[in-house]
Design a protein around this ligand. Structure first.
Ligand code: DP6
Length: 394
């Protein structure tokens, strides 16, 4: 059966941090300067599907390959190579221990991957992408590795990817070992612990592509004084407060820490020399909108957070859908797509936003995504590589 094609498929989710990873203490091993914590988002709305395959019939001269959204993707980079190497080494150990196993570690890998959301939306897809890649190959190789062990590998692909190996509420513990062996993710709480957490994403188009997170965080580490305060004091406090808020399902505390941590991260970007700006006028209008919604509601019902780009992610609880989604739907519903009829049906515009804020949002938000907390990677029976090894026609 020299031409047998071995296959495994998995999906993996996107995660959005509420305590941000920003800064590397070792860029080769991708070790962070601080711990971080995120919410895994539902794969019904945002996920990567990856099929990993290998076969002795794949030409060795072509080597490993990855097709992403129908386009050949560069896998020569040190980060992807590190993931392949780590996974192959673990498979080799299994094969050495049991010579009856097929020698999958010696065969070229053919990977095919697809996102169910537009890459153009500017959503961090590398987290879902590397998590799916690592999980799919680990399944193909039948590695007995736990999600935390796999997070050590995914971390080397992209830091935030290590958190996408779990569902629910996930921490990436920075660790202190020089070899990175304790810098991995663990689950703080299952999605079912606090299942009514929702996220409304305002997709904001950036005028031009900003500084990549890899390069941005390196500039911040090298030049910002404020950053030292953040990693020494602010983040450790935020991590502790966030874990408590999640354990107690205390939304007001969850929201305050989320907003403060996003503000702190973007302040260190502004303190980078020369400064880095990820948020724009539309992002700032989204902050004002959240403040106005919270003020009108008389309690904290919404929390904003921003990554290395202008998109706003607004967390809220299901019971406050009317105050949060209803208000924004009233302003943007006629202009942009992405609303789910099951969510917005019958919502009354109970809160009205300041006209200036509403105008900036109307002009600058290109679409919305309505989603919520979700599960970690799932095995899939959908294969993007056919039984004969060819990429599935779609
Ligand atoms: C702002 O994980 O994309 O989204 O490790 O260099 O690939 P690399 O960086 P990446 O950085 C994510 C930064 C962030 C915050 C976060 O997700 O915690």
């Amino acid at each position: 059966m020299a031409d047998k094609v071995y296959r495994a498929s998995t999906t993996a989710p996107v995660n959005i941090a509420v305590v941000k990873y920003w800064g590397k203490r070792d860029s080769k091993l991708n070790l962070p300067t601080n711990s971080s914590l995120s919410v895994t988002l539902s794969q019904a709305d945002l996920r990567t599907l990856t099929t990993a395959s290998c076969s002795a019939s794949y030409p060795a001269s072509q080597g490993d390959s990855l097709l992403l959204n129908g386009e050949p993707s560069d896998i020569a980079g040190a980060r992807t190579q590190a993931c392949f190497r780590e996974l192959r080494t673990r498979r080799e150990a299994l094969e050495a221990a049991d010579p009856s196993l097929p020698q999958l570690s010696t065969m070229p890998l053919r990977l095919v991957s697809e996102n169910n959301f537009p890459t153009a939306a500017g959503l961090a897809s590398s987290a879902a992408g590397f998590a799916a890649l690592v999980r799919a190959i680990a399944n193909l190789y039948e590695l007995p590795a736990s999600p935390s062990e796999l997070s050590l590998i995914a971390r080397q692909g992209s830091g935030s990817a290590c958190r996408s190996l779990f569902g629910g509420y996930v921490a990436w513990r920075m660790g202190d070992a020089a070899d990175g062996s304790d810098s991995m993710a663990d689950q703080v709480a299952e999605a079912s612990h606090w299942p009514d957490m929702r996220a409304l994403i305002l997709v904001v188009s950036a005028a031009k592509k900003g500084v990549s997170s890899t390069s941005g965080m390196q500039q911040t580490v090298a030049t910002s004084g404020l950053f030292q305060e953040r990693i020494a004091k602010v983040v450790p406090q935020n991590m502790a407060a966030m874990e408590k808020a999640i354990a107690e399902r205390d939304f007001a505390s969850f929201a305050e820490v989320t907003m403060r941590d996003s503000n702190s991260f973007h302040a260190t970007c502004a303190d980078t020399y020369p400064p880095i700006f990820y948020m724009n006028d539309v992002s700032r209008a989204a902050i004002r909108a959240v403040e106005q919604i919270n003020a009108a509601a008389g309690r904290t019902v919404a929390a904003y957070t921003f990554d290395a780009g202008p998109n706003a992610v607004i967390y809220y609880l299901e019971k406050d859908t009317e105050a949060v989604v209803g208000t924004l739907y009233h302003v943007l519903g006629g202009e942009v797509g992405g609303w789910k009829s099951t969510v917005v049906q019958g919502l009354k515009p109970s809160i009205s936003l300041d006209e200036g804020v509403a105008g900036i949002l109307k002009a600058g938000v290109s679409r919305v995504i309505l989603t919520g907390v979700g599960e970690g990677p799932l095995k899939s029976e959908e294969y993007l590589v056919a039984q004969d090894g060819s990429p599935a026609k779609r």
